[in-house]
Design a protein around this ligand. Structure first.
Ligand code: TYD
Ligand code: MG
Length: 477
């Protein structure tokens, strides 16, 4: 049969197709995202790819379906397993996104090195040569899945022996990749990256929405019919989204993001979507010479370089998913030289900093009108929740007053426009984490109604306003 070719305009954001060019996508409302793509479909190009012949579905009675939890393949990297919801669900497709150079390939190489002890694993790279990957593999450490001691020792340096079952290939054509899968019959496949993989029968270029969607769909079909698990690596575009984000996020079972500051060593692996577990879980790693290393006690790590009794430093307790994290927040004020005072946040939202600065000026009388204000969250962490407001405000006030914050104190609470403090969620978990790390005192918003008693080991000071909180937190002469 003849191949049919036609051209369409495809939104590179949401995948909406249109017969004509438009300035604005009617699907997602983004501007200038429609790109012409030549779409050619050979009718013979079968969409059914199965490992062992066809697979037919059969409806079953709900009562007959086993209600045991999904069987999971353990992942020897605990911080990774946590984010996946406890382990790998066979037949699932997991997308791992992140900026270029953040460590996606490293993480998955370490994971496959560790997982190949269990069964065949295929690592497909469209970006690096087999030798480059081998060189990286010699450098990184990986937990040895079969070794019981690995759990306690964290990661083991690699011993010069590679698992026999780990296969590498540099390939970008999905058709060829599927052939390799047919031959090797892996339990686990890594596609590095979804943007470099293409289907020859589609004419649009690799990385376009059509290609990305088609690649992901075919791999999903393969996963669902054969039970193989697929990890897709995806680069995030400048705008902070994976190319064709909505398209991809619907196709896969889980979406994880690896993030962090490129110039700092901590990396956070976050769940954005997970059909088989909780979202907003987070795993913490550090990029070292031997690859990514798990940080099982991140609070401790984030506070390690803290200078006690230095003005301009305050400790916040933020929640990353279900996990409380203590982080140091630094503030610095410096007289504005000319023009408008600058507000420079690193790790918190710019508008949040504007708001907090305004509240400090107007409600507390801390004069910031002629001051540049810098705020830095240590460890390269990005804080999105208002629970850190109080620590941010305190760090700034501490800097301008040149008065240190009490060293044994954490600050938790949202700052309101009237200078009042507002309660935040999951307070007991936050307080317990602070207590665990040896903090003696927590300054928190006043409770309106008596809830369960505060944890015993830490003294909790309830305050109504930012002004009161500063009085309690700062050591002023
Ligand atoms: P990489 O996994 O290639 O990133 P991605 O696949 O997300 O683009 O990681 C690249 C960076 O990580 C690179 O700048 C070097 C650094 N790195 C280390 O610091 N230590 C290591 O052991 C490895 C393998 C990489
Ligand atoms: Mg890479």
């Amino acid at each position: 049969m003849m191949a049919k070719t036609y051209s369409q305009y495809v939104c590179q954001q949401c995948g909406r197709r249109s017969a004509r060019q438009m300035g604005r996508c009617p699907g997602c409302g983004e501007w200038n995202t429609l790109v012409e793509e030549i779409i050619e479909r050979k009718p013979s190009a079968a969409t059914h790819i199965t490992r062992s012949g066809g697979h037919r579905s059969t409806p079953r009675r709900l009562s007959e379906i086993s209600n045991e939890a999904e069987e999971r393949i353990p992942v020897p990297i605990e911080e990774f397993a946590r984010v996946l919801g406890g382990g790998i669900v066979p037949g699932s497709v997991v997308l791992i996104g992140g900026d270029p150079g953040i460590g996606k390939s490293t993480l998955l190489l370490q994971t496959t090195l560790a997982m190949a002890e269990r069964g065949p694993v295929l690592y497909v790279s469209g970006e690096e040569s087999e030798r480059q990957i081998k060189m990286r593999a010699t450098r990184v450490s990986f937990p040895v899945a079969s070794s019981k001691t690995a759990k306690t020792e964290g990661t083991e340096a690699h011993t010069g022996k590679f698992p026999e079952n780990l296969y590498l290939v540099t390939e970008t054509s999905l058709d060829v990749i599927l052939e390799h899968i047919e031959n090797i019959k892996p339990d686990l496949i890594v596609i590095d990256s979804v943007q470099t993989t293409y289907l020859p029968e589609l004419e649009s270029s690799a990385g376009s929405v059509s290609q990305v969607r088609e690649t992901a769909s075919r791999l999903r079909e393969l996963a669902k019919t054969t039970g193989v698990t697929v990890f897709l690596i995806g680069h995030v575009t400048k705008e902070g989204t994976i190319a064709g984000p909505r398209v991809l996020e619907h196709i896969v079972d889980a979406v994880l993001y690896l993030e962090g500051d490129r110039f700092q060593t901590y990396r956070l692996l976050r769940t954005v979507k997970n059909r088989y577990g909780a979202t907003s879980e987070v795993g913490v790693f550090e990029m070292r010479e031997r690859g990514l290393v798990e940080i099982t006690n991140p609070s401790e790590a984030f506070l390690a370089e803290r200078m006690v009794n230095a003005p301009g430093s305050a400790i916040a307790v933020t929640m990353e998913g279900t996990r409380p994290l203590l982080v140091e927040i630094q503030g610095l004020t410096s007289p504005t030289n000319f023009g408008n005072p600058r507000r420079t946040p690193n790790g918190i939202d710019f508008n949040r900093l504007l708001l907090i600065s305004a509240v400090l000026t107007r409600r507390v009388g801390v004069r910031l009108a002629e001051q540049d204000v810098f705020v830095n969250v240590i460890g390269g962490l990005k804080i999105n929740e208002p629970a850190a407001d109080l620590a941010v405000a305190t760090a700034i006030a501490s800097s301008i007053k040149d008065a240190p914050v009490r060293a044994d104190t954490v600050l938790i609470g949202e700052v309101g426009l009237s200078g009042e403090l507002r309660m935040v969620g999951q307070m007991p978990a936050r307080l317990r984490e602070a207590e665990k790390l040896g903090f003696k005192q927590a300054i928190v918003p006043r409770r309106l109604s008596k809830g369960e008693p505060w944890p015993k080991g830490i003294s909790v000071i309830e305050v109504r306003s930012l002004r009161e909180a500063l009085k309690a937190a700062l050591i002023e002469e």
